[in-house]
Design a protein around this ligand. Structure first.
Ligand SMILES: C[S@@+](CC[C@H](N)C(=O)[O-])C[C@H]1O[C@@H](n2cnc3c(N)ncnc32)[C@H](O)[C@@H]1O
Length: 235
C-alpha cells in the first residue's frame, strides 16, 4: 500500500533526489518521509517536529506502513536535535516563511551543509528569499503548485557562500520564467494579480494608500508582463 500525497506534497516529492537520509522538518503526518522511503528515493528519514502530538500521529502512520526501521520520529525544534553527521537532504514545508527563516538561522552551519534545502513557505516568501541570499544561499530551482484554490511556491536552495542582495520583487516571486511548468506558472501569476487587484480596490476606499499602492501596482505590472511573456513563449 502506498501513501497518497496531496498535490502540494506530491510536487515537493518530485523535487527530491536520491540520498541516504531525508530530514523532514515539521513533518507533522510524516507522509512525505513515508513516500520518499517507500519509493526508495531515500534510504532513511527523520520525521522531525517541535510538537509531541504531530509526532505521535507521524509514528502511527510510519508504523501503519511498517517503516519503523527506516523512519525515526524525533522531537526537535528545527534542526536542533539533528547531529552534524546526519545532515543530508532537508525539507521544510507547509509553514510560514518567517518560521522557515528562524529554523535555518538557528542552525546555520547545518543548513549550509545540506545537500539541498527544499523549502515551501505558505507566506512570507520575500523575507525568506532575501534572508537566504544575504546568507550566501542560492535558489537552484523553483516552482509553484496549486492545491485547493491556493498556489504555493517552493524553492530548492543550496549554500554557495557568496552573500547577495536581491530586490523586493525577486524576493517575493523569484524568477517565474525559470519554472518547470509554464501553464501552472501563468495560472499562478494571474491568481496573484487578482489577489493584488483585490487589495488595491480595498485601498481605494482607505485613506492610507500611497507607498503600498505604488509597490502593489509595480508588482501587478511585472506579474502581468511575466504572464504575457510566458503565454507568448508557449504559442
Ligand atoms: C502545517 S504542518 C506542515 C506539515 C508538512 N511539512 C507539510 O508540508 O504538509 C507544520 C508542522 O510544523 C511543525 N513545526 C512548526 N515549527 C516547527 C519547528 N520550529 N521545528 C519543527 N517543527 C515545527 C508543526 O508542529 C506542524 O506539525
Amino acid at each position: 500500500m502506498s501513501v497518497k500525497l496531496t498535490p502540494r506534497l506530491d510536487a515537493l516529492a518530485q523535487q527530491l533526489e536520491t540520498s541516504d537520509l531525508l530530514l523532514d522538518v515539521g513533518a507533522d503526518h510524516a507522509y512525505l518521509a513515508i513516500h520518499a522511503v517507500q519509493k526508495q528515493i531515500v534510504k532513511r528519514a527523520l520525521a522531525l517536529d517541535i510538537n509531541q502530538d504531530p509526532l505521535i500521529m507521524a509514528a502511527k502512520n510510519v508504523a501503519s506502513f511498517g517503516l519503523e526501521a527506516e523512519i525515526e520520529c524525533r522531537l526537535s525544534d528545527g534542526l536542533a536535535e539533528v547531529q552534524e553527521e546526519e545532515i543530508d537532504t532537508v525539507v521544510i514545508a507547509g509553514m510560514g516563511g518567517h518560521t522557515i527563516k528562524a529554523i535555518i538561522q538557528a542552525s546555520l552551519s547545518k543548513a549550509q551543509a545540506a545537500r539541498f534545502l527544499l523549502l515551501q513557505p505558505n507566506n512570507g516568501e520575500e523575507k525568506l528569499r532575501r534572508f537566504l541570499y544575504s546568507q550566501g544561499f542560492i535558489v537552484k530551482s523553483q516552482g509553484v503548485v496549486n492545491e485547493k484554490k491556493h498556489f504555493y511556491q517552493w524553492i530548492k536552495v543550496v549554500y554557495e557562500g557568496k552573500p547577495r542582495e536581491i530586490d523586493r520583487f525577486y524576493g517575493a516571486y523569484g524568477d517565474p520564467l525559470k519554472h518547470q511548468d509554464p501553464d501552472q506558472t501563468v495560472a499562478w501569476l494571474q491568481w496573484e494579480s487578482q489577489r493584488i487587484e483585490k487589495i488595491l480596490s480595498g485601498l481605494k476606499k482607505s485613506k492610507t494608500k500611497n507607498a503600498r499602492e505604488k509597490k502593489l501596482r509595480e508588482n501587478l505590472f511585472k506579474l502581468n508582463k511575466l504572464a504575457n511573456e510566458l503565454t507568448i513563449h508557449q504559442d
